[in-house]
Design a protein around this ligand. Sequence first.
Ligand SMILES: [Zn+2]
Length: 319
Amino acid sequence: MLKGLKQLFRDESGAAIVIVTIALLVIIGCMALVIDVGVVYAERIQASNAVDAAVLAGVGELPLNPGNALAIAQNYALANGLSSEQVVFQIQDSGKSIRGIVDYDQPMYFARVFNIYSAKVKPTAKARVGPAGQLGAGMGVVPIAVEQDEIVFDKPMTLKEGGGSGEQGWYGCLDLVSLTKPSGGGASEYEHYLTYGYDGSGTVKRDTLILEENGNMSGPTRRAIEYRIAKCKAECDRECTAADHDPDCPLLVIVPVGKMINNKYFQVESFAAFYLSPTIGNGNNSVITGQYVRPVTVPGAKIDDSIADNGVYTRVLVE
Ligand SMILES: [Zn+2]
């Protein structure tokens, strides 16, 4: 071979054409392989994205409706280019997880000259739901404290009393400024956080100590709730109710659940979701009424299995 090539090089008249031909064959062969490999690579990325999206969509139905979770995941997968033969979904971890397994062979075309006829496309994805346990900015936390035994779901309740028997002047209001600043804040910060939900740089999690906010906070409470009612009317795409509302409805708030310590701090144990009544009652206007609702998903939070499950969940991709 080498001797033959040397001979070719010596024969100057034909050498160029032969060398160019050999080079072209090598280049075309390489390009063909690159195309095959590229197609498989693209297939794997597309299948991986499809199965990720499918389990994240399906997990929203867990742990209450595993059948719906499977059906939704399957629909998402089909809508994103997978066929029902290419992917299967399973409910795992006692109904808290959904796993998707893609498995099919992508045919190869140019690689057949090397006896490679297909390549495996086999991505998997798993999403988990669990009690939301570490809530920060933009997750809907409001500065109202609740004790676990006050929570009764799906019936009209009072979230914050207007007056009467508070614990030494405490009416259930919290000072969320104390999450990042030991000295805490005042009425205007309370009003801000009740109006917009907590948007500071701290996080609320199990065992977090939050300073109580003393006083009735009547005016700030009323203005904050009125703002939320007006925003729901202006921006939600339906007549919101506790049972049927926009996912981002401003009438849905997350309250820390826990207990008072030394009449000064509220120690967080878990979270609950409260749907505010779309009207403000007469009489003492700092009363907040509505009902506890579940399940509610808080995107971006962390799962904490050690806290009480009051139906405030978050979902994460774990695989
Ligand atoms: Zn609404």
